[in-house]
Structures are given as structure tokens and as C-alpha cells.
Design a protein around this ligand. Sequence first.
Ligand code: T4K
Length: 369
Amino acid sequence: MDEIPFLKPRLVSKDALTGYLEQIDATRIYSNHGPLNKRVEERILRRFFSDEGAVVTVNNATTGLMLAIMQVKRAGKYALMPSFTFSATPLSAMWCGLEPYFIDIDPERWCLNERQLEEALQKLGDEVAVVVPYAAFGAELNLEYYESLRRSGVPVVIDAASSFGCMRDDQFGRGFKGAVVFSFHATKLFGIGEGGLIYSADETLIHRLRQSSNFGFDQNRESRQIGLNGKVSEYAAAIALATLEVVDEKIIARERIADWYRAELQDAGMLFKGWKLQEGGGKIPYQFFPLLCPPKHDHRFYLSKLQAAGIQARTYFSPSCHEQPLFQRSPHSDLSVTEDVCRRILSLPVWEDIEQAQVQRIVRCLADE
Ligand code: T4K
């Protein structure tokens, strides 16, 4: 029986790139916020954010998070965030000299539990330097809540690594005046290899982030603030421009695959047998299909069934951050929902040309007990 890989990303073809590569050859500008990067930013701002606010490209979301946290953080010790995230979230806070402080997630959307976040804010007061919520797998966060938190003086950087490409006409993050950081890693819907983007409705913030992504240079090319090299090469921008031409097809293809998963799970009656889907995941840019297995087994039971059937799957984000050696000593609130989700989470294959019959095979393998 054919193996089903976990991911099989398809970036743009060489033919789609040729025109852009010729433009690079003609200008001989290869980096430093060059013309293709400028075009990527303009097109993304128009297409996804209706020209509201501003964006800057960065060489990956981890750099974007570091730059944004460094830019907005206030005096304080802790970065409040979920433990149910990729290690890039706490790592970027640590690079900014902060200690991650993990808060539990809610059981439906698997995003930061706002009530527990409020309790931690009360308890820690001025020790909180920044809050870094993660929009889990592209689920929408309550932006009104985070905007009011920001206005009350608590800086907020949203880890939206998995969110780019959701909502065809209303990209998540639009209108938020803190920083929203997206990933363009090869494994994401808008994959360009390595890359990312920071959005804010606050244009001044993006201006400062653009400078800090270029050694903190001001207009005289003198370092005026702390910075690093977070720029994107023109070759990567060429891939982004070609990807923009097909992004609608990618969004539609992934939505269709998620619909197949939902229909198969429904047909097999699994949603009444303890299997659980993420809520708030109507139009998310699926990088893979996440779901919780019934509590009677932990996910290893199902992973081995899949493996025996030649199907690759993963368990993002298990182990969660507080279970990993580097973060084991980081302070945290009660993490019982995180621990339950991490025991049960499965990440199932999604890529644009996966076939319906393959999705069927995956779900039937799980259903067959
Ligand atoms: N915040 C959150 C919440 C994130 O999820 C991430 C990244 C970040 C921040 C940071 O974003 P970046 O700095 O990366 O822009 C992968 C991705 O590398 C990572 O970007 C992503 N999250 C994470 C969820 O997944 P790994 O270490 O699990 O990837 P790896 O090498 O195990 O590959 C995953 C699967 O994809 C494998 O089956 C192989 C396949 N693959 C991978 C690549 C790179 C391919 O088929 N082709 C490829 O080119 O992290």
C-alpha cells in the first residue's frame, strides 16, 4: 500500500518564477528591502488587509517575533503565553531577555484562556513585559480583547505563524494596533521556503520594525535602536510574488481537504465517539488537520495504527513547551487543559494534492478499532 506522507508542500514552479528572476538580473538588487520585497508588501497589504495599516517582510516568523517583542515590551520580567505552541514563541521571548510564563488554553479553540490570563496579569502586575498569544493553527483570537489589553498599557504581540491565508477578504489580524507575526515557512499555506511578515494597523510601529530588521539603521544608515538582520532576499520575494498569483487556489484546496476530513469523521460517527475538532476553525489555512482522539487512549495508540498502515502523522504541539527541557523551569499557571489536549492531539496530513481517497483511508484507519 502507498505511503501517505505527513506533508508534501508544493511551492511555485520554476516557470512561474522566471519573469521575477529576470527582473532581479536586470536590477542586480538582491536584498535590503529591494523592489520585489516592496511589491510583495504592497500586494499583501492591499489583498489581505485592504490597505489598512502596514506590513514588513522578515526572514522568518521567529525573527519577526523577536523584533516585535523587543520593540513593544515594557520593563518587566515575564512574557505571558500559552505552553501549547511551537518553541519559537518562548524562544523569541528569551532572546529578548524575558522569561516565558505559561498560561493554560481554552478547551474549544486551544488558544490562551483569557480568564486565566487576566488572573495572571492581576497577580504579576508590572512584572509582565508583554503578552504573546498564539492563534492556534489559525483559529481567530478575540482581537477586541487584545486591543483593549494593549490600550490598557500591556504590550501584545500576536503569534499568528499559522494564520496567513485565512479569510479570503478579511485576513485575521487586520485592524490590530499591536504586532501580528505570520510565518511563510515551506510547510505553511503561504510557503516560500523561509520567510515571514509583520502586520500592524499602527504604521509607525511597522516603520520602527523595518528599521530594527535592518540593523536598527535610521535614514542616515546609523544604528539608532537595537536591531538585527531580519531582511528577506529578493529571490524569496520572487517566490512570494509567484505564490500570491496562486494563493486563492491554495486556500480553496486546503479548505476542500478539511471539508473531506470533517465529512469522513462525520460519516464514520466518530464525532459522537469522543473525537473532537477544534472550534473557531471555520476558515483556517490548514497546514495539517488537528483533532483530539477520544480520552480512553492517548494519541500514541492512534499514531502507531497510522504508522502500521503507512500513514505519517504528527502531534503538534505535544510535547508542549513546559514539558521540554529548556522551559521546564519556567513558571506557569494551572495547565490541565494544555495537558489533556497534548495527550490527545493528532496532526493529520494535508497538502494541496492529497486525494479524497487518501483522506478516507486515514480516517477509516482511525475509526477502525
Ligand atoms: N510560532 C509558531 C506557533 C509556529 O508554529 C512556528 C513555526 C513559528 C512560530 C516560527 O515560524 P518560522 O520561524 O519557522 O517562520 C515545522 C516548521 O519548520 C515550523 O515553521 C512550524 N512552525 C512548525 C509547526 O513545523 P518542524 O521542526 O516540526 O518541521 P519538520 O522538519 O519536522 O517538517 C515537518 C514536515 O514537513 C515533515 O513531514 C517534512 C515536511 N517537509 C518539511 C520541509 C521543511 C517537507 O516535505 N518539505 C520541506 O521543505 O517545524
